[in-house]
Design a protein around this ligand. Structure first.
Ligand code: PHE
Length: 331
């Protein structure tokens, strides 16, 4: 009977189930053992021996079949789980940082290597820090340069990270070397201006700081951002908080100077405003302007990102369009 049944079993589970019905304490062989009591005395030894032989025989056959079926099952499993290691891997898309964040981080890295540390100011400022302390009092015509969102007569959304200069100079003694990245707000809205954008302020105050230091630092900056061959050019400009003030141009990295649409044929692209910190600003912050001088610059990060990645509309940076954002990954 057992032999016949075993032939029909197709898998190890079947072996296990059938084995239970035969060999378990309550199985058939167990049942035979229990009958021992009713077997006549003289037959007991023989009966016991036969049952034991049957038990050993059955065990052996169960084990044998089990081993055979197990091997077969493993083979099937190997077959079904086989992987083709020559198949091209599925690429798993990871996110990347926003282009503005990438450029911001690149700028921080570049300036950190020159010894700058980061100061993050606040987006809501007082009129005093954003304008008055920066030599731009209430009636100063330069206030017109930055169309401001006022929250109250006293508070406003900062129009420039330059507000951070004042906080830093009020609370730290020279030598000072800080970068202040952050959002700024102006009531502007067109292809190259957005009501909110990001700036990176730089401020150095020490003995004998000159425009040469400024030019040297900015030259390193543009070469790291736009490529080794790029140079800078300073043009006179005006900001109330710097004297002299300059507009910094970078040599056109797109056409190499022969004239293209990006540089409007001039070979130069305006990238940032800068200057030597106005003595009045130093004095407003309690720094002796006879002993110390400073340089400051303000970089528009979106502008840099647009130039670097060839983006022609600032709105593309804020629309979360993956077709745009996916293409920009310098990290
Ligand atoms: N704050 C100026 C602006 O937003 C830029 C600037 C910063 C100019 C520092 C000079 C020095 O236009």
């Amino acid at each position: 009977d057992i032999r016949e049944q075993l032939e029909k079993i197709e898998n190890t589970k079947g072996v296990y189930e059938y084995k239970k019905t035969i060999l378990d304490k309550n199985g058939i062989i167990g049942g035979l053992m229990k009958q021992m009591g009713s077997v006549p005395k003289e037959e007991k030894a023989d009966f016991g021996k036969k049952v034991n032989e049957l038990k050993n025989w059955a065990s052996e056959h169960f084990d044998e079949l089990n081993t055979k079926l197990k091997e077969k099952e493993m083979e099937l499993r190997y077959e079904s789980e086989k992987i083709d290691i020559s198949m091209p891997a599925k690429s798993r898309k990871t996110g990347n940082l926003h282009p503005v964040t990438q450029v911001r981080n690149q700028l921080i890295d570049i300036f950190a290597s020159m010894g700058f540390s980061v100061y993050e100011g606040t987006e809501i400022e007082t009129d005093y820090y954003n304008f008055t302390a920066l030599n731009t009092p209430q009636d100063h015509p330069a206030r017109d340069m930055q169309d401001t969102f006022y929250l109250s007569p006293e508070f406003l959304l900062r129009t420039q990270t330059s507000a951070g200069q004042v906080h830093v100079m009020e609370s730290q003694k020279p030598p000072i070397k800080i970068l202040s990245p952050g959002k700024v707000f102006r009531s502007d809205d067109d292809a190259t201006h957005s009501p909110m954008f990001t700036q990176m302020e730089g401020l150095v105050v020490d003995k004998t700081i000159t425009l040469c230091d400024l030019k040297g630092m900015l030259e390193v900056l543009v070469q790291k951002i736009f490529g080794e061959g790029t140079t800078t050019r300073l043009r006179p400009s005006y900001f109330p908080f710097t004297e002299p003030s300059v507009e910094v141009d970078v040599s056109c990295f797109a056409c190499g100077g022969c004239g293209c649409r990006l540089c409007k044929g001039t070979g130069w692209i305006e990238v940032l405003g800068a200057g030597i910190v106005n003595k009045k600003v130093l004095e407003n912050c309690g720094i002796d302007s006879e002993e110390y001088s400073g340089l400051a610059f303000g970089i528009g990060i979106e502008r840099l990102a647009m130039l670097k990645y060839g983006i022609n509309n600032i709105k593309l940076l804020y629309q979360s369009d993956m077709r745009v954002l996916d293409q920009i990954n310098d990290d």
